[in-house]
Design a protein around this ligand. Structure first.
Ligand code: FES
Length: 67
């Protein structure tokens, strides 16, 4: 599902970014440009980020703590 239409960012893109080290919305903005245009996706992007971090913490607790 698309999170950010302006920049073609999907939930999968955010999940992949979290698996490769993204730990904040600001980091996702730099890596994926999510929420850097109209900003309407910011809350949803943050929700997806938190969910991805929660999943990572359950799967790989040591990775989730590294930033
Ligand atoms: S929908 Fe993400 S910046 Fe517009």
């Amino acid at each position: 599902m698309y999170v950010c239409i302006c920049n073609n960012v999907t939930e999968r893109d955010i999940e992949d970014a979290v698996r490769s080290g993204a730990r904040s919305l600001e980091c996702l903005e730099r890596r994926l440009a999510v929420s850097t245009c109209c900003g309407q996706c910011r809350c949803f992007a943050d929700d997806v980020l938190r969910e991805a971090l929660g999943s990572l913490e359950r799967e790989e607790p040591t990775l989730a703590l590294a930033s």
